[in-house]
Design a binder for this molecule. Structure first.
Ligand code: COA
Length: 415
């Protein structure tokens, strides 16, 4: 029998040629998991693709898009610039930027049949299910979309689709297929905020904060929805199918759907004074606290940090205590929750993720919690499309992993 020590030596011998220390540690963890479990639960740490779109350094809490730190992009760039960066690999020149801004605004309208159907969708439908259905329906007006060999056409399709996300949500919310007609907008972010919260879109500083919040969400390596987009894309299905699948993945509470649950949890807790009892109760019942933890970050999520340090302090100013006491109470509850969770779960390296703080911002924009994840999707669709375009230029292999069979041996019908 091979002793643990011998096994360790064998693994190290196998990895002798791997010079990068981090990569060595990564492979060691992978091999150890394989030997111990025989498979990789949740595909944790399994490299499935080579991608140049974004990168996370989970130990140091760093996220970059095409090499640029996400905080710098949020501070200095527009949504259009970052969209261009993700789709093309580099920041745009002025003409390229103007062209993209114009395209995003010109292509925002839905085909009339889709707009009319979305306006008539039952209000009981969750907005994320509504969004994924509406995206699928767009295929009807774009019959060439099954031909995916031409990346120039794929790129134009991607821009066209990104432009339509806010309109889908605005049409569903207003129940009016022509809710945006006759109105002029200067940027994607202004328009997107108008679709969700028309009053707030009149305030330039809110539009800018909203734009920053979009930028923070635009890509995030091989997360569940991007993986879904790539998995569907690998079968050579068209853009509407893969983006619709990605939306469905994003809706889950362990992924983007957490932002909706965070605010609902804060409402349920009811105030900072109840935090300790509620958290203790959840942990006792092995319930996860929404907005806490991350597969990759083992320190504070940089996107959560940007919300906490740069966006929320501009909104949760002292005057809000009197002007909007309910909203202030949610904020105070979140601050207390963060503190107590750090005390209880800090040793497990569990910290607030982006969804912990983003929901408070969306609530301050007067958006209903069920719509929070649609905002996430409006941003992340740019990342999904960037991954799809990259995939189209890659090895073209269909995703088809392996299962360990755990069912019956062959058995026969006996009559
Ligand atoms: N609250 C309490 N405990 C948590 C936790 C949370 N939110 N997230 C993870 N943990 C604990 C688990 O119970 C587990 O503890 P154990 O080792 O003692 O059993 C450990 O941390 C590892 O958790 P696990 O679920 O295996 O980690 P993961 O990498 O598979 O999952 C998430 C990552 C994000 C899915 C997970 O942290 C989570 O469900 N968070 C809440 C949902 C959320 O905010 N999602 C948005 C992500 S951006």
């Amino acid at each position: 029998m091979v002793t643990e020590r011998k096994m360790e030596e064998k693994i190290q011998a196998l990895l002798e040629h791997v010079e990068d220390q981090e990569q060595r540690e990564h492979y060691t963890r992978l091999i150890t998991t394989l030997l111990e479990k025989g498979y990789f639960p949740g595909l944790a740490e399994v490299p499935v693709v080579k991608s140049a779109v974004s990168h996370i350094d989970g130990m140091h809490g760093k996220l970059t898009y095409r090499g640029y730190p996400v905080e710098e992009l949020a501070e200095f760039c527009s949504f259009e610039e970052v969209t261009y960066l993700l789709l093309h690999g580099d920041l745009p020149l002025k003409d390229e930027l103007d062209e993209l801004r114009m395209k995003l605004l010109e292509q925002k309208d839905l085909p009339l049949d889709v707009a009319e159907l979305v306006a008539k969708f039952s209000p009981k439908l969750h907005p994320m299910n509504m969004l994924s259905s509406a995206v699928l329906m767009l295929e009807g007006a774009d019959k060439g979309s099954a031909m995916i060999k031409n990346n120039k056409e794929n790129l134009e399709r991607a821009i066209c689709l990104i432009a339509k996300f806010p309109t889908i949500v605005g049409t569903f919310l207003s129940k009016d297929p022509s809710f945006n007609k006759g109105k002029k907008f200067s940027s994607f972010s202004e328009y997107a905020l108008f679709c969700l919260s028309p009053e707030q879109s009149r305030l330039p500083e809110r539009v800018r904060q909203f734009e920053q919040s979009l930028i923070l969400h635009m890509d995030h390596t091989m997360n569940n929805s991007t993986f879904s987009a790539r998995a569907v894309g690998s079968s050579e299905a068209g853009i509407y199918s893969l983006i619709s699948s990605a939306i469905n993945s994003l809706s889950g509470p362990l992924h983007g759907g957490a932002n909706e649950r965070v605010v609902k949890t804060l409402e349920k807790i009811g105030g900072p004074e109840n935090v300790v009892a509620e958290v203790d109760d959840s942990l006792e019942h092995h319930q996860k606290i929404m907005g806490i933890g991350h597969r990759i970050y083992k320190t504070y999520d940089p996107r959560a940090k940007f919300f906490k340090d740069h966006i929320l302090p501009n909104i949760f100013v002292d005057e809000l205590k009197d002007e909007e006491p309910d909203l202030w109470r949610l904020y105070a509850t979140a601050v207390q929750l963060e503190k107590y969770v750090a005390e209880k779960l800090g040793k497990k390296k569990l910290y607030p993720n982006v969804d912990f703080w983003s929901g408070l911002f969306y609530r301050a924009l007067a958006v209903e919690p069920e719509f929070f994840t649609t905002i996430f999707a409006m941003a992340r669709v740019a990342g999904w499309c960037a991954h799809w375009l990259e995939q189209r230029e890659g090895d073209g292999k269909i995703y088809r992993p392996f299962q360990l069979y755990a069912g019956f041996d062959i058995r026969h019908i006996v009559r």
